[in-house]
Design a protein. Structure first.
Lengths: 168, 693
């Protein structure tokens, strides 16, 4: 298949800085950051983290993964959540759903200043399931009827089948 | 603790005695009439076959007839003192100071229309909130959905519902990684994981709607009767607009309440479970309703498909009571909109019901549980038996036409005239027809007693006309359904796939092509049977015309009855009206409002993208939400990683359309792959994607 026919463009081994900043800028905007200065600052932070990002040899992908990691680090610190957890993903979803509209400002605020925002986020995170309260539900024994039952009973002399069902 | 089986009240025994005596006596009388016709010249093998088939079929009709008649008298006299809603509790009422029991409302879903599912749940939620008892209930959307687009849509709709209704900690959602054992496995998973939190669970279907006050009443009844494990409510069909569905809704509504009252008359605390719109006591369900696999291959072996009957039988076996609360209103469901969709639903249910043939004879079940199993089997086996009966009748008629009448025997000089059995045969026919059609008349008579109900059905004249037209329609469609069900039974027995696409739940019109494909065989059968019977058995032909007409007209009847325009027109004319149409209960109005007006809280739901699957890869919010809802799991092994890597490359090169639904699901089920694809799509957006997301 020729590269022109590919669904996604082939990766660029050495993308220009402008391309990196442009894609990162688009990504930050999609996350809800609208201030151009904040976008530049966040993009530069992400680029600085890039070498730490082990996800891909593709620099553009690495830069975007680093941007996400940057946001996750901050969220984990603010909400005191473990990294790489479902709870952190839920917090990210709550943040991006508009539960805390001015979160980009809080990102640049001193530590501890985002307490209200943290409370709003915690309130917005929905639990998909309650705490488990397990029960045991074992398969019931159903003894099927068979015309050969009397013969089998005589042969087994009352020995029961190990499975939940006595086969017919 | 399992309660001891309470000795049946004398009244209960008497009721069953009366019912079965009447049913058996009527069967014997009808059979006696036929025997008197056949025995004149001794029984031929064909006559014996006819007698056997007639016994089974007339027995089945008699059960149904007497159920309807008992229901008629129950409703006529206005009160059934042994109904679960009126019965005095055997134990003192629960302490009013005790905290109210927790109840889980469960909606198991599988690739359903998410918009309709959540609109229904919101309507139930609102209706429940109006009772002031919302805090006693939790909602669970138990998804077994495999389609990745529907899966993501469900997650968004759940999140939207939680936001809109402030449902944090009350409205839950989970999607099972594997849909083991289908619906019964889905419910079992709930019981095993969260069952300990709840005293009761109310099981719904994707198209169920229930009034809040009904839900509260169900819990109240369970609290009053600690020896009851399950109460089934009779769901009334509603909301469809096609002519076919409106006719069925009318029939289900006007005759249904009489039949359910009749069922309760003789079933009492040994009733059945219909799989949804029922409340279940969680503890006995956990202890006694774990379903085993049946030995052997499909269709009779393997996982139990129609689990509801079996669960009711297992509860009864353990000594718990199972009731049908026939007089509890506010329980609704939606039905298939077209004849073809109705048949498709039958195909799904047929195998599960035939499987019950083995269970009906299994050791340890109660007598009535065996009867429930047998009735389930008969609902599908009746069709091939009717077909066989018709064929045997045709053959017998053919044999009769070939026999020459001999007027002079031996030395007799006086002719011996053949004995006519016209009176007996006409009586057999009249008895059968009376038992089939009298319940319809009785249902109409009940309207005379209740003016509110009479108005609900559009008045006495409109209701009578609707019953007549419904009867004509059911006569026309009965032979078609008979052939459909016979085909399903044979296909299942021969382990052959029928090969139909999934059933469409929403209103839609059947195209001529679809009808021709589905009913072409029926029409051809009608033509061949008509020509043969007219040619060789002209007398039989005229008796056969109702069946022939149904088959010959199957294509136009199927197309026309699927028409929404005709459905609406019939409503304008006041035909097939139901009380739920003339004066809709608020909960149905809420559903309608939710489907028409509610603006989602989440902006991502304002537009419908081409693919929610792609949106889960591109949209940062959808991606994060989906990731947060994935179950915790072990990292994939090496082989699985290679498989996912291959899919990622396929997606990169050939796009999402090249992937199957299963492959797409695999991609978005793995957290690392999901994050990787998110970064991939943002770093190298597809050429035609414009600005992501």
């Amino acid at each position: 298949m020729s590269p022109a026919a590919l669904y996604l463009a082939p990766p660029s081994a050495a993308p220009s800085n402008d391309l990196l900043l442009s894609r990162l800028g688009a990504y930050w905007r999609a996350l809800g950051v609208s201030d151009p200065d904040q976008i530049v600052a966040l993009s530069e932070q992400a680029l600085r983290r890039m070498p730490d990002s082990p996800e891909s040899p593709d620099p553009l992908m690495g830069a975007l993964a680093a941007a996400r990691e940057l946001l996750d680090d901050w969220l984990a610190r603010t909400l005191d959540l473990p990294r790489r957890s479902r709870a952190l993903a839920a917090a990210r979803a709550a943040l991006l759903s508009g539960a805390a509209p001015d979160w980009p400002a809080a990102l640049f605020a001193p530590p501890g200043a985002a307490r209200d925002m943290a409370d709003a986020l915690r309130a917005a995170v929905a639990d998909p399931a309650p705490a488990s309260a397990p029960g045991v539900m074992s398969a019931q024994r159903i003894e099927l009827f068979s015309l050969l039952d009397p013969l089998r009973r005589w042969r087994r002399r009352g020995a029961s089948s190990p499975s939940g069902i006595t086969p017919s | 603790m399992t309660p001891s089986v309470r000795p049946s009240a004398k009244g209960h025994t008497l009721r069953r005695l009366i019912f079965f005596l009447l049913a058996n006596l009527t069967t014997l009388i009808a059979l006696g009439l036929l025997v008197s016709v056949f025995q004149s010249n001794g029984f031929s093998p064909m006559e014996l076959l006819l007698l056997l088939l007639y016994t089974i079929l007339i027995g089945w009709i008699c059960m149904s007839f007497w159920t309807a008649l008992m229901g008629f008298f129950t409703i006529l006299f206005g009160r059934d003192r042994w109904a679960i809603s009126h019965r005095q509790p055997a134990t003192p009422p629960p302490d009013p100071a005790a905290p109210p029991p927790r109840t889980a409302i469960l909606m198991p879903i599988y690739n359903e229309d998410s918009e309709r599912v959540f609109a229904g749940l919101r309507a139930i939620h609102r209706s429940l909130a109006e009772t002031g008892r919302l805090a006693d209930f939790d909602f669970f959307i138990l998804s077994d959905t495999r389609d990745p687009d529907v899966w993501v849509e469900e997650e968004l709709r759940w999140q939207d519902m939680v936001r809109a209704l402030d449902g944090k900690g009350r409205i839950f959602y989970r999607n099972r990684p594997e849909n083991t054992d289908r619906k019964s496995g889905n419910l079992e998973d709930f019981c095993v994981r969260w069952g300990g939190r709840y005293r009761y669970m109310i099981v719904l279907d994707a198209d169920s709607i229930m009034k809040g006050s009904t839900l509260v009443d169900m819990v109240r009844l369970m609290e009053r009767h600690p020896d009851v494990a399950l109460i089934q409510t009779p769901p009334v069909p509603v909301n469809r607009e096609s002519l076919f569905a409106r006719i069925l809704q009318f029939a289900g509504s006007i005759y249904g309440r009489m039949f359910t009252a009749g069922l309760n008359y003789w079933q009492l605390g040994e009733s059945n479970y219909w799989g949804h719109n029922a409340i279940i006591r969680v503890r006995p369900f956990l202890e006694h309703c774990g379903l085993p696999k049946l030995p052997g291959r499909e269709p009779f072996g393997g996982a139990i498909l129609s689990h509801d009957f079996v669960e009711a039988a297992l509860l009864r076996r353990a000594g718990w009571e199972v009731w049908l609360a026939y007089d509890l209103e506010g329980s609704y469901e939606e039905i298939p909109p077209t004849l073809i969709d109705y048949a498709k639903r039958d195909r799904r249910w047929c195998q599960g019901n035939l499987q019950h043939l083995r269970l009906a004879l299994a050791h340890g079940f109660n007598g009535l549980s065996r009867l429930h199993f047998s009735m389930g089997v008969m609902s599908y086996l009746a069709s091939p038996l009717w077909l066989l009966f018709l064929l045997a009748t045709g053959v017998e008629a053919f044999i009769q036409t070939r026999q020459e009448t001999i007027y002079f025997f031996g030395d007799n000089w006086m002719p011996v005239w053949p004995v006519s059995f016209a009176v007996e045969m006409t009586t057999v026919l009249l008895v059968t027809l009376t038992m089939l059609f009298l319940p319809k008349l009785l249902a109409l008579l009940l309207l005379l007693k209740d003016s509110r109900l009479r108005r609900g059905y559009g008045g006495m004249f409109a209701a009578t006309l609707s019953v007549v037209l419904e009867t004509v329609f059911s006569v026309l469609t009965a032979p078609v359904l008979m052939l459909f069900q016979t085909k399903f039974v044979l296909a299942i027995l021969l382990r052959r796939a029928v090969g139909w696409p999934t059933q469409q739940r929403g209103d839609h019109m059947t195209s001529f092509k679809e009808a021709a494909l589905a009913h072409g065989g029926h029409t051809l059968t009608g033509i061949v049977a008509g020509v043969l019977s007219y040619q060789y058995m002209p007398a039989f032909f005229w008796w056969f015309t109702p069946v022939l007409l149904g088959l010959l007209l199957s294509i136009p009847v199927s197309v026309l009855s699927s028409s929404i325009a005709l459905g609406r027109k019939s409503r304008e004319l006041g035909l097939f009206l139901t009380p739920e149409e003339t004066d809709p209960p608020p909960v149905l109005c809420y559903l309608d409002e939710n489907l028409r007006e509610v603006d989602p809280v989440l902006p991502v739901l304002w537009d419908q993208p081409a693919s929610r699957f792609v949106q889960a890869l591109t949209d940062p919010y959808v991606n994060a939400l989906h990731l947060s809802l994935l179950p915790e799991s072990e990292p994939p092994g090496k082989r699985r990683r290679h498989y996912l890597e291959g899919l990622v490359h396929q997606l990169e090169e050939e796009g999402p359309d090249s992937l199957s639904a299963t492959q797409k699901r695999d991609l978005i089920s793995d957290p690392d792959t999901l994050l990787r694809l998110h970064a991939l799509f943002w770093s190298r957006p597809p050429a035609n994607a414009g600005m992501l997301p």
